[in-house]
Design a protein around this ligand. Structure first.
Ligand SMILES: *Cc1c(COP(=O)(O)O)cnc(C)c1O
Length: 413
């Protein structure tokens, strides 16, 4: 066997398209919520691979599943169905409001499918409203739905579409948590409303329960479909399998990805039989979507997460994190608010520290902690759902040092 090609962080700058600005250290190995870099330095991981590694790194149960499935069949194409995909679809439809599932490889693909399905459903039912046009999509500022041209246009952050036009049309953006504006805007021409129950990338901002209930009522009134983007909030992240359960609001289409494969790429949509019927053979597809390797992993992920032990554990860890972050804030006074649901938590910086979330993340790295931002002003926590309490303690001790360092520079300035 030949020697591996020598690589360092510098190699990224040399040979990678510069659309990311990764940390200086290069992780090479993980176990649970601990990681090690090329130099053998150890880190506590509060990022969970951006809300993906819900059961930790190198989870032995998942290693076993992927090894077993890899020896049977990885991929066969959608000219055939397969046992793991059918088991996954059965499990997901039994565990949720949905009758039907469709699988793809990522969050954006799930949202792309959901938005296309909503438009196609409106088109298929045009006769029932005398052929009147119904294609408009309502979305919210600061939302994030992925990076394809359609999903990035539906997303509510102008900086992500700048320079990529012409953009797809028929998309409107309204303020999040502002039901009155939606009421004034949503009409019979609206095909769908898409919303994150907790805005993730947009700053870990939970929806008001009345906002989601109001969206449901307005969609029903005007025959529009309500799409919940649960790509980040789904698969146990908020303490229930999906966040819609806690809000008591059932969407027409739900999109899921991130944690579903614990890092093996998979995304999907869940919907009702009536709506699913608009994706008849040939209308939509995805080569890798629902392949046996991805769905075998996801099936086991679902079994392990959708248990009272794991979901209650999320709630216990939520309280533990909030207490810990608030204690740190009592010492250093940098955060104006600590918010979120389950293990999707955001610590919002005070105006005096605006734009400095990335500095806290950089200081955390020096102190052996992997951490996320959500925009310039929010430090985001999305650890594994099963992170040991001892690892939370160790990570919070590093966070305390990182916050102290940033608070000190502000005082010096
Ligand atoms: C991450 C994310 C996406 C995009 O998922 P990809 O797998 O990167 O395409 C979409 N919606 C939400 C809410 C997300 O957090």
């Amino acid at each position: 066997m030949s020697q591996p090609i020598p690589v360092t962080r510098q190699t990224f700058d040399d040979v990678m398209v510069p659309n990311y600005a990764p940390a200086q250290m290069v992780p090479v190995r993980g176990e649970g919520s601990r990681m090690w870099d090329q130099e053998g330095r150890e880190y506590v991981d509060f990022t969970g691979g951006i809300a993906v590694n819900a059961l930790g790194h190198a989870n032995p149960e998942l290693v076993k599943v992927i090894e077993e499935q890899a020896r049977k069949v990885w991929h066969i194409g959608n000219g055939y169905t397969n046992e793991p995909v059918l088991r996954l679809a059965k499990a997901l439809t039994e565990a949720t409001f949905a009758d039907k599932a469709f699988f793809c490889n990522s969050g954006l693909e799930a949202n792309e499918a959901a938005l296309k399905l909503a438009r196609r459903y409106a088109y298929d039912h045009a006769a029932e409203r005398g052929g009147k046009e119904k294609s408009e999509i309502i979305s919210f500022y600061n939302s994030f739905h992925g990076r394809s041209l359609f999903t990035v246009s539906v997303g509510g952050q102008a900086k992500y579409t700048e320079g990529f036009g012409p953009l797809p049309g028929g998309i409107m953006h309204l303020p999040y948590n502002d039901l009155a504006t939606v009421e004034a805007t949503l009409s019979d021409a609206t095909a769908a409303v898409i919303v994150e129950p907790v805005q993730g990338e947009g700053g870990v901002l939970p929806a008001d329960p009345d906002f989601l209930k109001g969206l449901r009522a307005l969609c029903d009134k005007h025959g529009a479909l309500l799409i919940f983007d649960e790509v980040q909030t789904g698969v146990g992240r908020t303490g229930t399998l999906y966040a819609y359960e806690q809000y008591g609001v059932t969407p027409d289409i739900l999109t899921t990805a991130k944690a579903l494969g614990n890092g093996y790429p998979i995304g999907g949509i869940l919907t009702t039989s009536k709506i699913a019927a608009s994706f008849s053979p040939g209308t939509h597809g995805c080569t890798y979507g629902g392949n046996p390797l991805a769905t075998a992993v996801a099936g086991r992920v679902l079994e392990l997460i959708n248990t009272p032990e794991t979901l209650n554990g999320v709630k216990l860890r939520h309280d533990y994190f909030i207490k810990g972050i608030e204690a740190i804030n009592a010492r250093h006074g940098v955060f104006a608010d600590v918010r979120g649901m389950g293990l999707l938590i955001g610590a919002v910086l005070k105006p005096a520290f605006a734009g400095r979330a990335k500095d806290i993340v950089a200081e955390a790295e020096k102190n052996g902690l992997m951490l996320l931002v959500a925009g310039g002003d929010v430090v985001r926590f999305a650890p594994s759902l099963n992170i040991p309490f001892a690892d939370i303690d160790a990570g919070l001790a590093s966070l305390d040092k990182a916050v102290a360092a940033v608070a000190a520079t502000a005082k010096a300035a």
